[in-house]
Write a protein that binds this ligand. Structure first.
Ligand SMILES: [Zn+2]
Length: 407
């Protein structure tokens, strides 16, 4: 090769590697997509390894095994791993990466746990077929964790073994069971971060990101009536089941679909025998709110329910768990940045508002710009057909890497 050409080539290579680019130029971005296309098989291998390390929320031992495996992988990429110890659930894993430039880190958020009991792999083995990787937790959200690993690895390759900016990874162990032990850690890290990118599954087979999620609450309504023999002393009884039935109808009238406010009486219990007027009955109610301001209102309405039968007593317990993730200007700005990167990668990134919650609800609730659903593209979360589309992995990884660099 003539010296000049060789020099030019070396300069070009150097530029590709070291440009402290906030965002890659259009010509570079196709190189970066090609980089991930060349690593698709490695990404599939990573996801397979994570899926085959089962991690149900209720098995501390299993979740800790996955945590240790991932701490090793992230440390291999230059991160500093530490565990937040938890007694009854797995330990939460935090990994900090320094960056070539300073400033606040970007928080990459996810969870280690799955909803599948230990041993699910025997009936639902991890397999690759029809262009998909199938298995428990593949979609929610082990493919998302794999995207974090591969995006960080790529950024280091492109920036001389450093990340262009500080990054914090937080993988919690109890997201599928309400995040009680991790919420404070998530919130504290979010407050110190420039933005939060949540690697939960994307929405639909087009892979939309999530810019709004409903807030979630759970309430228990207990009714106390009075027992009596249904034949001998019918008039002396006060039926808790009848009272509960009337309350359920009253509760259903609080639903306001236009406002995104829903209440679902998911389970009911009551009574002892068919020939006894039931003295006790209860219902568990799932509440979803699209707007923060509706949470307090619905809480008040549920707590002030009055018995139709004055001789029955009501008791309401529970409350709101996750605030809604609202589509704030900060969320919109992040989405627009992501959509612009996706456009340069040759695809139209859509957004979606969904009813389900994630830990992104907590961070968005604090006003920290949050973009959710950046993880794998697939379907069947929590179901036997849980799977991800392998062909989507490269551009999801390229999008994540570019987003980290450009926020
Ligand atoms: Zn999830």
């Amino acid at each position: 090769m003539p010296q000049k050409a060789a020099k030019k080539k070396a300069a070009k290579k150097e530029a590709l590697k070291t440009k402290p680019s906030e965002t890659a130029a259009p010509s570079e971005i196709s190189n970066r997509l090609a980089y991930f296309q060349g690593r698709k098989d490695q990404m599939v291998q990573t996801i397979r390894q994570l899926v085959e390390t089962e991690s149900p929320s209720d098995s501390k031992e299993a979740v800790d095994r996955l945590g240790a495996l991932l701490a090793g992988r992230f440390e291999g990429l230059g991160g500093h791993a530490k565990f937040h110890r938890v007694e009854d659930f797995g330990d939460h894993l935090q990994v900090d990466f320094t960056g070539a430039r300073g400033g606040k880190p970007v928080l990459l958020l996810g969870h280690l746990d799955t909803v599948y009991p230990m041993g699910t792999l025997t009936t639902m083995p991890c397999r690759v077929s029809d262009g998909r990787l199938w298995g428990p937790g593949s979609f929610d959200m082990k493919s998302g964790i794999a995207l974090m690993l591969h995006a960080i690895e790529a950024l280091r390759t492109w920036h001389e073994d450093k990340l262009p900016r500080p990054v914090t990874v937080l993988l919690v162990s109890d997201e599928e069971v309400g995040s009680d032990t991790s919420r404070l850690i998530t919130e504290n890290l979010a407050k110190k971060s420039a933005a939060v990118l949540v690697l939960e599954p994307s929405h639909g087979l087009k892979g939309a990101v999530k810019t709004a999620r409903k807030g979630i609450g759970e309430y228990i309504l207990k009714v106390k009536g009075k027992a009596a023999h249904s034949g001998l002393d019918f008039e002396k009884g006060e039926s808790a089941i009848l009272e509960l039935a009337r309350q359920i109808i009253a509760i259903s009238k609080l639903i306001d679909l236009k406002r995104g406010l829903t209440l679902n009486v998911g389970t009911v219990q009551g009574g002892t025998r068919v020939n006894v007027i039931p003295a006790e009955a209860s219902a568990v109610i799932d509440v979803r709110v699209a707007r923060k301001q509706d949470a307090a209102g619905i809480d008040r309405k549920l707590r002030s329910l009055k018995p139709f039968n004055r001789k029955c007593k009501l008791e309401v317990t529970g409350g709101m768990n996750r605030p809604p993730m609202e589509r704030t200007p900060g969320v919109v700005a992040l989405y627009q940045k992501a959509a612009e990167i996706a456009k340069r990668l040759g695809w139209k990134l859509q957004e979606a508002a969904v009813g389900g919650g994630s830990d992104g609800n907590f961070t968005a609730g604090l006003g920290i710009p949050t973009l959710d659903g950046l993880g794998g593209v697939g379907e069947g979360a929590h179901a036997t057909h849980e799977s991800i589309l392998i062909s989507e992995l490269p551009r999801r990884a390229a999008l994540l890497a570019e987003l980290i660099a450009s926020i």
